[in-house]
Write a new protein. Sequence first.
Length: 186
Amino acid sequence: MGGSPRPVGADAARRFALACLFLLPAVAPAAAQVGASAAIDSDYRVRGLSFSDGKPAASLTLTYDGRSGAYVGITGILGDTSQPGVRPLGYQADLGYAVRARSGLVWDVGVTHAGFSEYLSARYRLDYTELYAGVAGRNLGARLYYSPDYLGLHVATLYAEVDGVVRPRPHLRLFAHAGLLTPIDP
């Protein structure tokens, strides 16, 4: 879930996050775990924008999910740049809190921060923070993100996403993602 992504004014975001917390009536006990994953992408993209200038990138993600529901994760991204050799492109860090209701749904709130130092376009400042709240079931999940200054464009945004997974065979999973990014009028 880390991953990845965390107001129509600051008050609206706070109200949304608090509403999500109040919807957590019953929780099942959780177990702590540490995770790691590595990936190679032909182009490291975030919401359709290439963070690797259309070139391949590798990432390493480390996560910790605590028994209390608190979680933290960090992803480091390496890629080819205008300088010789593979270099660090940036990172994404997540901090949040998730609980599983007796119904099996997982509710979470958190904050995510992305910081990228290598990028060929000076148009964007790839250093931004988002607040998020979401819910996920076995095969479907949704999150709503708020950024007060998305990509350094001095524009507050909301990003809604829905993710799904289908398991056609025991060791095969197909993933789907849909999202909508929209600016918020000040």
